[in-house]
Design a protein around this ligand. Sequence first.
Ligand SMILES: *Cc1c(COP(=O)(O)O)cnc(C)c1O
Length: 423
Amino acid sequence: MQQAYEKLGISREVYERGQQALQGLENVFREIDEIAEYNQLKVLDAMIRQGVADYHLGGTTGYGHNDLGRDALEQVYAAVFHTEDALVRPQITCGTHALYLALSAHLKAGDELLSPVGAPYDTLEEVIGIRPSMGSLAENGITYRQVDLLPGDAFDWEGIRAAIGPRTRLATIQRSRGYSGRKTFSPREIGELIRFMKAVKPDLTVMVDNCYGEFTDLKEPSDYGADMIVGSLIKNPGGGLAASGGYIAGSREAVERCAHRLTAPGLGKEIGASLGMNPSFFQGFFLAPTVVAAAKKGAVFAAALYESLGFGVSPGPRDPRYDIIQAIDLRTPENLLAFCKGIQGAAPVDSFVDPEPSPMAGYGDPVIMAAGTFIQGSSIELSADGPLRPPYRVFFQGGLSWFHAKAGILLSLQKLVDAGFSL
Ligand SMILES: *Cc1c(COP(=O)(O)O)cnc(C)c1O
């Protein structure tokens, strides 16, 4: 085995540090597998009950009338997430689009949007109009209010109560930490927040940005009263196979509103060709619980290995995980570059590419990214990125198989060693 790793350029010393870091993680891995097992049964049961059939794997073109596969897939999503309905479409281009769709379908001029969990994901700043942007919600007369988290990432209950007013139409809760310093909220914690806000205002619509969170836990935010959960198919629920797409699962009314916004008023869910993507959507969703487990094992291994080398990691290897993201404070720009070169060098696609830091919209500092993926930009596949500023924190996620994630992480350490870091 060690020789097989050596062929990839990983020295005996680095390999052995990896094996040491794995010791004692058996229980953590077993727990990850148990969650995957449970979620696998959830998806299987939904597919059996919905009577998923060979003829569902065909597709439609043009208007997409009578796309039985598309309709069955949406019922499978709804059954797994325990919602009344779902919209799962290749025409939803990414997570940001799915979130914008859900927000713009529900908010009208004069309404207010509330985030009770602090700043949202970067790309939503332009959607909302926090950063001025063409077509933003702000441009359409929708105001935004945000209640920041208290120290320790606690909800500011009184602040949230005070922020809910007669114009507050919709609250958005981001589950994952994304690329921020805060913790990721568990579905249960999100449920407490939903219950609190609905007690203050019973007709408030609550949307959860579920990106990176699907299948990391036994339950989803929709099990705790969210009116809509929203995510990207090139992250967890696509299982690495979906080539594009997004989903919105929720109440019948909420999903219908979103459908009429996606296509056109009067058309709704009736149209939208699946363009040959039904097989990968079904199969990807079927594989997603085990793919997410692989990504979680990679994240746990990275946390354990880098923590054993004295780096700050978040979450820790034994902390509960409600998304697939791992942050590691690499302390120097050289380490950050070396880490990303290792992840890139272990990619099945574009392994020969040398990642370089470059300026990116929305960031004050250059950002370095590593991703050699089958699906462009897919972050359920092994990938890493970080802005070049102290503490030189890398955000690392994905891995279609645990063994690929392990190889990538070992090669990242090898590159640190090659750049002068001593074990
Ligand atoms: C990835 C992500 C988004 C945006 O999704 P894109 O597919 O990159 O547009 C939004 N919110 C969270 C928490 C995410 O992780």
